[in-house]
Design a protein around this ligand. Structure first.
Ligand code: WTA
Length: 648
């Protein structure tokens, strides 16, 4: 059966940057014919202090790419100063606080002052060009000030999502060798208090951090360590608002952001200044069809790449009004997003399918209490969007008049690579449709042979670099090369599976490696396993994904009890281990199920057969395949029986 096609809305096409499928196809073809010309022109969208001499250089064999070589610019200048001449009083940032009705409008002029003062504070505490600064802040304007203040003086920010545990935070601080940390006394989310400063205190034991700036988000006093901890407000008040700009080389680092892979610890993805900024700005404009005056509401957290590119850098680099949302989609109730949309008159709304799945459960009523007349474009990101959810987004939230853009990309890609364009692309619900101009996806089979033509399924790779591509993993270029460039030589391998249907539409089928996409957050099964085995209640663990109505993928752990757990009942062991994972990684990694087992399915050489465990966790007991080669085939029966009691 042919998939239904939803044509672009004529009223959107009329004003769109790319206004028809034919126009998209022409631009796309030209971009592939002459990538240098295409990107050279694209780069003109940012302000260069010194023009670049060469558009790009690409050597995938050595995992080396560089963009806009010889150019000099500054990201904070582009996001702030550049707009002072004609929109100083325009709102740059609308902060939406956790408590309903709490709004703060920050103009470009105010943004400039706030960023400048903070940049001076950082300088006063010895932060220099190239130094890494850790940002562990809730969703408050200071998070954006901090990112831009770093960019202004050439420091490299490392934002750590405020839901991560002390241990995760410490690992990231140590890996990036941060000396300065910005945090808040407490965070506030969905009415709950998050003890950020206490977490920082626990994380800093034994690190080289010399300075902690603490913003007061709540009235609670927190212990301050003399000589290390400083009050944010006191510090910024002492500084002047103007801070000179550090002009950066295109390839100077802008930020590092940690993300999970299939093995080992999270990797610090390094993004550089020129390419990243051009790409964030370009994609923000064409994918959301942003026009001057449009309010852009991306409901992500700045702790993830989506927040970096589509709350801060992309929108601000285009002189947009961007929204920063501190709360949750269901606080105080399921009307919250739509109320905010009306209050700030958002034209663009961008969230993850997991949030939509959570909202669908409350029915249409909470949506219908709002007008949403300001909306034009609805975006989705982070995981495949189920066609039913796509429909609901389109029909109920968008009332059939808004474009839905299902945007596929990754932390490593810096910005969106595959997505519909609001005025141009006929959509199939569940498909991210086509690559953006300048982007060249290919599908390959397991032998690395390119699957040409349509109606093919394989692993998604990219040939040809794009400006937003991550340049390396901090401190480990070899790991970067190994992870992305050796599986299919000559191509960047995404880790995702994908189908290109008979009409050439791309359908992302999900990760083909040991990375889980839990509520749109990336987690390595290896990370959860190491958290489990670090506790003496666990002798051995194997973690796989399981289907989950709201999260998309849940975390399913098979655990062999450790000696220390003998004599304790199952429920207690499970609780202890669940807490252990939360403490080690953070609440986002909380296991959905811990199944205690007496053994794991292993080959005779001792390798855990994850394929079997994945099938069990998906309740596909008939698809376990040949288990006769296992060392102890009987454990499978026990595992299946144990799963059935839970999955009922
Ligand atoms: C998945 C988030 C299907 C994918 C921006 C990718 C998606 C991983 C989509 C990156 C989408 C992201 N449809 N899957 N529209 N967008 N993904 O680094 O598996 O947190 O590899 O970046 O999310 O997650 P990350």
């Amino acid at each position: 059966m042919a998939d239904p096609i939803i044509a672009p809305k004529p009223q959107l096409a009329r004003r769109a940057h790319i206004a028809s499928l034919e126009q998209y196809q022409q631009i796309y073809a030209a971009s592939v014919r002459d990538p240098r010309g295409f990107w050279r022109e694209c780069a003109a969208r940012v302000d260069w202090f010194h023009p670049f001499e060469r558009t790009f250089r690409q050597d995938f064999a050595n995992a080396e790419v560089s963009w806009f070589l010889g150019g000099k610019l500054n990201a904070a200048h582009n996001c702030v100063d550049r707009w002072l001449h004609d929109r100083a009083e325009q709102t740059a940032l609308i902060w939406v606080g956790d408590e309903p009705g709490t709004y703060r409008h920050i103009s470009f002029h105010e943004l400039h002052e706030n960023v400048g003062r903070l940049a001076n504070v950082l300088r006063a505490h010895g932060v220099q060009k190239g130094d890494r600064v850790c940002i562990y802040l809730p969703m408050i304007p200071e998070a954006a000030y901090a990112m831009l203040a770093c960019a202004r003086i050439g420091a490299v920010h490392s934002v750590v999502f405020a839901g991560f545990s002390a241990e995760s935070l410490r690992d990231r601080i140590v890996d990036a060798d941060c000396r300065v940390v910005l945090t808040a006394n407490e965070g506030l989310r969905g009415g709950k208090v998050i003890p950020l400063k206490a977490t920082v205190d626990a994380a800093l034991e034994g690190t080289a951090v010399t300075t902690v700036l603490v913003k007061r988000r709540t009235d609670t006093a927190v212990p301050m360590r003399a000589g290390r901890d400083l009050d944010y407000d006191e510090q910024v008040q002492r500084q002047r608002a103007y801070c000179p700009i550090e002009w950066m080389d295109s390839e100077d680092p802008l930020f590092v952001l940690y993300t999970s892979g299939s093995t080992g610890r999270p990797k610090g993805q390094l993004h550089t200044t020129g390419g990243y900024l051009v790409y964030a700005s370009y994609t923000h404009e064409i994918v959301f069809d942003w026009h001057r005056g449009d309010v852009h509401f991306c409901a992500a957290d700045v702790g993830w790449i989506t927040g970096h590119s589509y709350i801060v850098y992309g929108p601000l680099c285009n002189g947009a009004t961007t929204v920063m949302f501190e709360s949750t989609p269901v606080y105080p109730d399921a009307r919250r997003y739509w109320q905010v949309v009306d209050d700030v008159q958002a034209s663009i709304f961008y969230t993850a399918p997991t949030a939509l799945r959570a909202l669908v459960r409350f029915g249409d009523e909470p949506v219908r209490t709002s007008s949403r007349a300001s909306l034009r474009v609805l975006g989705s990101v982070g995981e495949p969007i189920n066609p039913e959810i796509w429909r609901w987004y389109h029909d109920v939230v968008g009332e059939g008049r808004c474009a839905v853009v299902d945007t596929w990309w990754q932390t490593e890609t810096g910005g969106i690579l595959i997505s519909p364009l609001p005025g141009a692309t006929p959509c199939k619900p569940g498909s991210a449709t086509f690559p953006l101009p300048g982007v060249r996806p290919v599908l390959v089979d397991e032998h690395g042979r390119e699957l040409t033509g349509n109606d093919v399924t394989g692993n998604l790779c990219l040939v040809g670099s794009w400006p937003g591509q991550a340049r390396t993993i901090l401190n480990d270029h070899e790991r970067f090369r190994q992870t992305y460039f050796t599986t299919y030589p000559g191509r960047y391998f995404t880790g995702d599976g994908c189908r290109r249907d008979a009409d050439g539409y791309y359908w992302i089928t999900g990760r083909v490696d040991d990375v889980l996409n839990v509520s749109g957050h990336r987690l390595g099964t290896a990370e959860v396993e190491s958290a489990l085995v670090a506790h003496d209640y666990c002798a051995e663990a194997a973690v796989v994904g399981c289907p989950h109505d709201v999260k998309g993928t849940g975390i399913y752990c098979f655990v062999i009890r450790g000696k220390a757990a003998e004599g304790h009942d199952d429920a207690e062991v499970e609780d202890v281990l669940r807490q252990q994972v939360r403490d080690a990684i953070g609440a986002i990694a909380t296991p959905d199920r811990i199944q205690l087992v007496s053994g794991l399915p292993k080959t005779r050489s001792g390798k855990i057969m994850r394929r079997i465990l994945r099938k069990v966790a998906e309740s596909r007991y008939d698809e376990l395949g040949d288990i006769s080669t296992l060392a102890e085939p009987a454990v499978v029966e026990e595992i299946v029986a144990g799963h059935k009691t839970w999955a009922k």
